[in-house]
Design a protein around this ligand. Structure first.
Ligand code: ADP
Ligand code: ZN
Ligand code: MG
Length: 495
């Protein structure tokens, strides 16, 4: 496929763009997290030597028959349920015919007019509001292999074909043209990915191609009743690039229309180096896929009982979790969002909250000290050297007044480094809150003796200076004094 060169185009001004409304619909391909392929027993593992994870079925050899994977169906149904879709009791596979070196069968097995699921939605948060975006359909299909273009060698162009990916199970999630900005598209993708990871349908690892997005976009004058002609931007490999590609495409289309031209219905490719899109093929050369029902597979029937069984395996979804954390833990919206970013984070947080008995402090510790430390070491929360239970214990010690927040922040890095619990570290290092009133009294007396000026100020009515004196005592005690007792003692001694 050669890219057509396009003359560099003057993009539309912000004022011109403001007179138009973008319309965006996304087609997202997601690799299902099954161990084996969709129609054969070959492994789906990534990174095997080229053309080793293959068999007659996924190579499309004559006479080989596909057998549908139950695991793949269950994951696809799980995804569709999480996307609020209606699941068809009977759906059908169809052959989508096209010819390409990485497709040895000569057709892809997909679904066409009887897809697995339809009429779903995803709620996104945008500008502090919730917007519901329609999901047109979710259907199952197999993936093609990979062509690896190796460039020129000895003036010949080399392309290699790796068929390991042939037959990897995918779902395609097609959205309604409901998005009205690149930001909404970004929010939709973020929400979708989070949801699919939560329900463990896919790792959604974009670097491995487990989530791929084609973006359809058109513009129309604000207030116009009909959609404009859309262009489709193919296979953009990060959410940030989707946003950049859409913003470029919106400015390009507005400029075209403003200069009296028309948007061509075409497929375009995004160039990550320039941030531009270039025409790849126009609709006149569009594929005619000659879909027909797959003769080697029976229709897929999903009974109510099976559907109920799959539904019962769905975990609490991110939006439900966020709501529960706000309502029953009293978290702020933003905090609830941060601690539910992944299922692992949410689970970790819930344990810290339960063990410590202080849900808000738990959120602060998870979002602050813990996340900071993990980021610094490039670790995921699953690899945290401090377990959720241990962090919960630490927060409980603060809550119970046994250690100050300051002392806790000194203990925490030691927990990270050693994997030991807070009580064990405190025991070993003699880091105990000073509860012995004699010892505390001595520190307080020393602080008073060392700060005659402040003591005078306090006695002359400037009671705010007490804060300074408390600070001195805390410092002298290495944070091991109970701030409440220090306060009380100082007041008593200074009156
Ligand atoms: P096609 O026939 O080209 O495949 P579809 O109607 O199947 O087009 O839609 C494909 C994707 O394009 C969907 O995600 C849909 O929401 C989106 N889409 C359809 N029409 C438009 C439009 N005018 N502008 C932007 N996106 C659109
Ligand atoms: Zn195979
Ligand atoms: Mg279509």
């Amino acid at each position: 496929m050669r890219e057509m060169s396009t003359p560099t185009l003057e993009l539309a001004s912000a004022e011109a763009i403001a007179r138009y409304e973008p319309v965006i619909g996304l087609e997202v391909h997601v690799q299902l997290a099954t161990v084996t392929k969709i129609f054969c027993g070959c492994p789906t593992s990534f990174g095997a030597p080229p053309n080793t994870n293959v068999c007659p079925v996924c190579l499309g050899l004559p006479g080989a028959l596909p057998v549908l994977s139950k695991d793949a169906v269950e994951l696809a149904v799980k995804a569709a349920l999480a996307l609020n879709c209606q699941i068809r009791s009977q759906s059908r596979f169809a052959r989508k015919n096209y010819f390409y070196p990485d497709l040895p069968k000569g057709y892809q097995i997909s679904q066409y007019d009887e897809p697995l699921a339809e009429h779903g939605w995803v709620d996104i948060r945008i500008d502090g509001q919730t917007k519901r975006l329609g999901v047109t359909r979710v259907h199952m299909e197999d993936d093609a292999g990979k062509s690896i273009h190796d460039g020129f060698k000895d003036s010949d162009l080399y392309t290699y074909v790796d068929l390991n990916r042939c037959g990897t199970p995918l779902i395609e999630i097609v959205s309604e043209p409901d998005m009205r900005s690149a930001d909404e598209a970004y929010a939709y993708l973020t929400e979708l990915k989070q949801m699919l990871q939560f329900v463990e349908v896919s790792t959604c690892d974009m670097e491995k191609g487990h989530l791929r997005c084609d973006a359809n976009v058109s513009v129309r004058p604000k207030g116009a009743a009909n959609f404009g002609t859309k262009a489709e931007v193919k296979n953009v490999n990060s959410f940030r690039f989707v946003k950049i590609a859409l913003e470029y495409e919106i400015a390009r289309q507005v400029a075209l229309i403003e200069s009296g031209g028309e948007v061509a219905q075409e497929t375009r490719l995004f160039n990550p180096d320039t941030g531009e899109t270039v025409g790849m093929r126009s609709k006149e050369h569009a594929h005619d896929y000659r879909y027909f029902p797959e003769p080697d597979l029976a229709p897929l029937r999903i009974s109510d009982a099976w559907l109920d069984q799959i539904r019962a395996t769905l975990p609490e979804l991110p939006a439900q979790k966020r709501q529960r954390f706000v309502e029953s833990f009293g978290l702020r919206d933003y905090d609830a969002q941060v601690v539910t970013l992944t299922r692992a984070t949410a689970d970790y947080y819930e344990t810290v909250a339960a063990v410590s008995g202080d849900a808000r402090a738990a959120a602060n510790w998870v979002m602050g000290e813990l996340t900071g430390a993990l980021n610094a070491e490039g670790k995921a929360i699953e690899e945290s050297p401090v377990s959720a239970r241990q962090l919960g214990e630490l927060v409980a010690l603060i809550r119970g007044g046994e250690i100050s927040n300051k002392l806790a922040k000194e203990i925490f890095p030691k927990m990270l480094a050693s994997g030991e619990s807070a009580p064990a570290i405190m025991e070993r290092e003699g880091l105990k809150q000073i509860s012995d009133s004699g010892a505390l009294e001595k520190i307080v007396d020393d602080a008073i003796a060392a700060s005659p000026k402040q003591v005078e100020q306090y006695k002359s009515g400037k009671t705010a200076v007490l804060g300074y004196l408390v600070g001195q005592v805390m410092k002298a005690s290495r944070g091991q004094a109970n701030p409440g007792s220090v306060n009380e003692l100082l007041r008593k001694k200074l009156c």
